[in-house]
Design a protein around this ligand. Structure first.
Ligand SMILES: *[C@@H]1O[C@H](CO)[C@@H](O)[C@H](O)[C@H]1NC(C)=O
Ligand SMILES: *[C@@H]1O[C@H](CO)[C@@H](O)[C@H](O)[C@H]1NC(C)=O
Ligand SMILES: *[C@@H]1O[C@H](CO)[C@@H](O)[C@H](O)[C@H]1NC(C)=O
Ligand SMILES: *[C@@H]1O[C@H](CO)[C@@H](O)[C@H](O)[C@H]1NC(C)=O
Ligand SMILES: *[C@@H]1O[C@H](CO)[C@@H](O)[C@H](O)[C@H]1NC(C)=O
Ligand SMILES: *[C@@H]1O[C@H](CO)[C@@H](O)[C@H](O)[C@H]1NC(C)=O
Ligand SMILES: *[C@@H]1O[C@H](CO)[C@@H](O)[C@H](O)[C@H]1NC(C)=O
Ligand SMILES: *[C@@H]1O[C@H](CO)[C@@H](O)[C@H](O)[C@H]1NC(C)=O
Ligand SMILES: *[C@@H]1O[C@H](CO)[C@@H](O)[C@H](O)[C@H]1NC(C)=O
Ligand SMILES: CC(=O)N[C@H]1CO[C@H](CO)[C@@H](O)[C@@H]1O
Length: 854
């Protein structure tokens, strides 16, 4: 009887131990890459590894060059394949290795996309420029410009036989401002770069990971890599002989926080002819830049922290490029404008930011700052599901995204979020205390502790702050234009309109009164004299989105700032780039200023994305004048805090005032006028009226999966491991006890009984457990580790073990050890003879052994 009890005890111990071990092993196997590939087959393309045939990256002076082309999903051959259609010549590569890899930037000779077309006299001119920074020396190069933006200059390209140099700028491209955010740096804040001896800053750094449809030479984004934190500096000149430091203008690219790159804004013309230092930089985008789980596993805001670090780097170093660190102006469209607004109030950077130009964007927009933790979590879960990661816990999700997904997969996943229109954006600082990670400090993680609205209301910004903002007339026109299923007529009828409004209401979860909200929006954006005219419905639809996403948030921002006595200038763009010849309903879309602002009419076409298909002479005189106007107004604002310090082509701005929000209505240079109170009714509809209809504008809803229960999953694993070790110890103690007891008894009893005592460690017990926990198999059939052993084992073991159990078989301890991996069914299969033999001898033995119970 006593023995029987012991037997059960040992059995139970073993079972418990086994189960615990099982659970842990399953957990550890959970994120196995292999498993993921079998199960989801999300992306058949494997990123080439070093040594692979198509691995075409090379490193030169510690910089990566010749990155394979990012648009790899088009099925037209792999990157590096010389026969690939549309192969960028820079990446053409000889498989036999007969050709040398192409050297980066200008070291390889003339690069049109960096320097423009080669002119006869340019070869004899200075090229290399060296500047010392706090992180090391950088080598840049001089660029000579052959056109002049001055409207009074009658010079036109091609008008003379010999082109003459009109200006020059010094350019540094691809200076790393932080350590590459790769490996353990993923989903963590940026870290200061450790420094270098000399960096050849002669080629743009790769763009940050983003959907491949936005990349490629056609889109002007040639390289893409997770190692993307680089900035570019365009300065009129370096070295001495500059009486006054130049104002610094920092361009933050737009793209809804999911796409874009710094190299799309070439700053040569602005730097050269308007005497400012232009800086552009990349920041992490999309999931890599903004994934937030709302807890310590991934607080989010990495993209914003990158921006903050770039600003800090500049603050430290821009004087070496003849920039004035006390005059730093941020400008940019859309998400760039929103970022500028956030950096303006962030405690980390507000002392740096003295002026902001927000083109079509505002930090107070609903997409610019997600002040609802649950919304961010929801989007993260949606993303996790999309990419095939477990989302039961936030730790699980982050671990999966970190360990077993490539940056291309992460960047390429484009999806509409369940809540909101754009998936990613900056979020609240959750007041979290982050665990210690080697290489990071607690304060690295924090960006904004309060909402931008509160911070502006509190006046938490630079005391000398000046603000300039703009909207265009048809901001959202591209929402319609980019929908290919509406082409070629882009007709929007009532049904489409209604459906879209309903969708908008749902997406923002105006739960308290969805029908009321729908009716209100519909009322506001119906052209009542003729509600069914499709031309007007399209116009109204564009107005709706423009107001909601851009005009109303901008209005809110300037009102708050004007109240705080911040000088605010505003313009409304009501004119198009004439040479684009766009349809009337999308004359002035979002970011119309872009090519005017970077001086495209005065630059070689090679600087710009191929798909734009620019011609050197396409620009009209009016385009040239407008381009000059923008560059002059922006640089004047950066220099003097006033966009029309002197009149520009007869135009001037006026300050917005409380109650009279003046703006410049920009309709060509000769027919613009000062107007005031732009779209007040519509803006108030979104900011004042709608919240009263819905009860709450900010969507709040509980997350669907109850809660992410283990923010500290690694701790739990630690706990279970320790529990495990304890258990093993207990089991060992028990075993020892019994061995000791048996040994004691053995001395009293006959030799025959020796065998009997050993039977407590019979494999039968171990083998039987798979049956007992068979349910586990059903739950996790994909885990290699548990899977294979199980299926064959269960059938065999069942008959075997139950038989042996009943007969009370006994095998010597030594035998059992040999056999123990036999929990593995494969082992059994491989050595069927051996097993048979063993079991035969077993039975023989059993026959001879008397039962203890008896
Ligand atoms: C996200 O939120 C929406 C709206 O509440 C909900 O329908 C959806 O199931 C949520 N998705 C996830 C993955 O939690
Ligand atoms: C965040 O922390 C600050 C002080 O560290 C505290 O005053 C504030 O109440 C906290 N906010 C939240 C939401 O916990
Ligand atoms: C594009 O148009 C189709 C109808 O033709 C519509 O169903 C779809 O929602 C539109 N997509 C977007 C992003 O607006
Ligand atoms: C809201 O409108 C939908 C569709 O018109 C209708 O089915 C639903 O009953 C309405 N709900 C309420 C609460 O009026
Ligand atoms: C719709 O309105 C536009 C602009 O007012 C007008 O030109 C057009 O003739 C109208 N179409 C119809 C069918 O009434
Ligand atoms: C923009 O220009 C159009 C005509 O070119 C004019 O009707 C409209 O009033 C202007 N918009 C603003 C806001 O001034
Ligand atoms: C451009 O500006 C120049 C100089 O003010 C002026 O003479 C010319 O008429 C303008 N051209 C256009 C098309 O506005
Ligand atoms: C804008 O300028 C055009 C000429 O380019 C003129 O026809 C139109 O009336 C102007 N509109 C306004 C509102 O000034
Ligand atoms: C400016 O626009 C108005 C209409 O708003 C028009 O009457 C006037 O002729 C325009 N002036 C010029 C110089 O085009
Ligand atoms: C469609 C949608 O988002 N519905 C959610 C809105 O928020 C409430 C809670 O406030 C949820 O219960 C709904 O599921």
């Amino acid at each position: 009887m006593a023995n029987w009890h012991q037997q059960t005890l040992v059995f139970e111990c073993c079972l418990f131990f086994y189960l615990t071990w099982l659970v842990i092993s399953v957990k550890c196997q959970n994120y196995d890459d292999e498993m993921y590939r079998q199960k989801y087959d999300y992306n058949p393309y494997n990123v080439p590894n070093p040594g692979d045939r198509d691995y075409r990256t090379f490193v030169y002076n510690n910089r990566r060059y010749g990155q394979y082309q990012p648009n790899i999903f088009d099925g037209r051959g792999n990157p590096g394949d010389p026969n690939r259609i549309g192969q960028d010549p820079r990446f053409r590569y000889d498989h036999q290795g007969r050709e040398e890899p192409i050297l980066p930037g200008i070291l390889a000779g003339w690069r049109e996309d960096l320097q423009g077309k080669q002119r006869a006299d340019s070869l004899t001119k200075d090229r290399d420029v060296f500047v010392k920074t706090s992180h090391g020396q950088v080598q840049g190069f001089k660029v000579y410009l052959y056109d002049n933006p001055d409207p009074k200059s009658l010079y036109r390209p091609g008008s003379e036989f010999v082109e003459r140099e009109q200006g020059s700028a010094t350019v540094f491209l691809g200076i790393p401002y932080a350590q590459p955010p790769i490996n353990e740096g993923r989903f963590r804040p940026p870290r200061w770069h450790k420094g270098w001896q000399n960096i050849q800053a002669v080629d743009f750094g790769p763009a940050c990971p983003q959907p491949v449809v936005y990349t490629g030479a056609a889109n002007g984004i040639r390289d893409m890599h997770e190692d993307c934190l680089y900035l570019n500096v365009y300065t009129p000149m370096v070295g001495g002989g500059v009486s006054q430091k130049y104002p610094v203008m920092v361009y933050i690219h737009g793209g809804d926080f999911v796409r874009g790159a710094s190299n799309l804004f070439p700053g040569h013309i602005m730097a050269s002819f308007y005497n400012v230092v232009v800086v552009t930089f990349n920041y992490r985008l999309g999931v890599l830049g903004f994934l937030s789980t709302g807890d310590i596993n991934s607080p989010g805001n990495y993209g914003m922290l990158d921006q903050a670090m770039a600003l800090k780097w500049l603050y430290e170093n821009v004087e070496n490029f003849n920039g004035d660190r006390n005059s730093i102006t941020l400008f940019g469209p859309g998400a760039g404008a929103a970022s500028a607004g956030l950096l303006m109030v962030s405690p980390e950077t507000r002392h740096i930011v003295t002026k902001v130009i927000a083109q079509s964007g505002s930090a107070l927009a609903d997409w610019a700052f997600i002040n609802d933790k649950y919304r961010a979590q929801n989007t993260s879960r949606v993303f996790g599901q999309l990419i095939g990661c477990g989302i039961e816990t936030s730790w699980q999700l982050i671990n999966c995204l970190k360990q077993s997904r490539s940056y291309i997969e992460l960047g390429n996943a484009e999806f509409p979020p369940h809540v909101g229109l754009f998936p990613w954006g900056p979020v609240y600082d959750m007041n979290l205390t982050l665990p210690y990670y080697e290489g990071w400090h607690e304060k690295d993680w924090h960006f904004l502790r309060d909402s931008p609205e509160n911070l502006v209301k509190k006046g938490d910004f630079n005391r000398g702050l000046k603000y300039m903002s703009s909207v265009t007339m048809q901001e959202a026109a591209n929402f319609v234009y980019n929908n290919q299923s509406l082409a070629p007529d882009y007709i929007i009828d009532e049904r489409f309109f209604d459906q879209k409004v309903r969708e908008l209401v749902l997406r923002y979860n105006y739960t308290l009164n969805p029908n009321g909200t729908y009716e209100a929006i519909k009322y506001m954006y119906t052209f009542w004299p003729d509600p069914s005219n499709v031309t007007l419905i399209r116009e109204k639809y564009i107005e709706l989105l423009s107001d909601f996403l851009y005009a109303a948030p901008n209005d809110k921002m300037i009102k708050l700032l004007v109240e705080k006595n911040v000088p605010v200038y505003m313009y409304v763009l009501n004119t198009t780039v004439e040479s684009f010849e766009t349809d009337f309903w999308r004359r002035v879309p979002h970011n119309t200023e872009h090519y005017l602002l970077c001086g495209a009419p005065f630059m070689d076409v090679e600087f710009f994305p191929k798909k734009e298909n620019f011609q050197r002479n396409q620009w009209t005189n009016n385009d040239r004048n407008m381009s000059h106007f923008f560059m002059k107004a922006y640089s004047d604002f950066a220099r003097y805090g006033n966009p029309s310090y002197t009149q520009i082509l007869g135009l001037h701005f006026e300050l917005s005032q409380n109650g009279m929000l003046k703006y410049l209505n920009l309709n060509t240079t000769y027919n613009s006028s000062i107007k005031w109170n732009y779209r007040q009714t519509e803006s108030a509809f979104w900011t004042q009226y709608l919240p009263t209809v819905v009860g709450q504008l900010v969507p709040t809803y509980p997350p669907t999966t109850e809660f992410w229960w283990e923010p500290r999953a690694p701790l739990q694993i630690a706990f279970w491991s320790i529990a495990c070790v304890c258990l093993i110890l207990v089991v060992l103690v028990v075993i020892c006890c019994m061995l000791w007891r048996n040994a004691k008894r053995e001395s009293e009893t006959s030799k025959d009984l020796l065998i009997q005592s050993d039977r407590y460690y019979n494999t039968a017990f171990l083998e039987q457990e798979p049956d007992e926990v068979g349910i586990e198999n059903v739950r996790a059939p994909d885990y290699e580790y548990t899977d294979k052993p199980r299926i064959p084992a269960s059938g065999h073991a069942k008959s075997d073990s139950s038989g042996t159990l009943r007969t009370g078989s006994a095998v010597s301890l030594k035998e059992m050890q040999d056999y123990s991996p036999g929990v593995n069914g494969e082992h059994k299969k491989v050595t069927p003879l051996l097993t048979k033999k063993a079991s035969k001898s077993k039975t023989q033995l059993i026959q001879g052994v008397p039962q203890t119970d008896v």
